[in-house]
Design a protein around this ligand. Sequence first.
Ligand SMILES: [Zn+2]
Ligand SMILES: [Zn+2]
Ligand SMILES: [Zn+2]
Length: 325
Amino acid sequence: MSELRWNPMLEEWVITATHRQDRTFLPPRNFCPLCPTKKGKFPTEIPEDRYEIAVFENKFPSLQRNAPKPAVGSNALYRVAPAQGICEVVVYTARHATTLAAQPVEEIYKLVKVWQDRYRELGARKFIKYVYIFENKGEITGVTLHHPHGQIYAFPFIPPKVKTELSAAKKYFAKNKKCLFCDILKAEKKNKKRMVAENAGFAAFVPFYSRFPYEVNILSKKHKSSLLDFTEKDMKELSLLLKTVLVKYDRLFNFSFPYIMLMHQAPTGGKKYEYTHWHMEFYPPYRTEKKVKYLAGCEAGAGSFINDTLAEEKAAELRKLRVKF
Ligand SMILES: [Zn+2]
Ligand SMILES: [Zn+2]
Ligand SMILES: [Zn+2]
């Protein structure tokens, strides 16, 4: 059973997806559904003996192309809608025991191309309003499969956090006739203290208002609303900067650093969003080598984050880590 249920207090949709309770949870390595299918062995999700990057629809999707009729009726107080959408899995490599950070830059570049392709194709569908690209890395973030992979949710609505960001950017644009994100980037470049790394096309920094100690944002230096505005050169430069950030994360405490990695960009559906600016955000749960930041009462119940660290200090730690690849 799956449907969208409206929360009239927060004015947002909740996706119910009871079929996901049975999804594969941390299977043993020889039963990994994302590995290539080997002759005579158990059939995985990918019926190929080799591949570079594989994309397919999630077997346990939260949103479905042919969404079932909601199990309960809709009324003025409790609105209900079909959970229509598309959920895709993006497998980064055929190799099981590796991570995106360990992938060569050329492979990361191919992934960026795949992201652009999926954003274009999924976003072209009439019932899709927002294409959301993300990765949960590490068991601590709730990942259910170890094989390096990310996900794409093509939503039938604009998700709440994106909506808030869009509305702020729209207001800022109307008031100042400038892009909010371009101004943030300008401020970061001037201040330098929160910068982590940059190249000709992109900059990575710890946001002034970071919620997580090692939170990092990557912004395109030129104003680009979405991946559709990216040139080949942009994609190459993004893959280089992405690799730099990922390698720095792994070097920080010398273990493979868990994170939630996500992309915010223009909603799809044909409208112009000149005030949106493509960017990526990383939320790593670790606050020290051994301590994890949990979302507790204040964060979960009040929506107010407490960050025990200073963005300037955490950025300096990340900035000084030398990376070679
Ligand atoms: Zn695998
Ligand atoms: Zn901008
Ligand atoms: Zn954002």
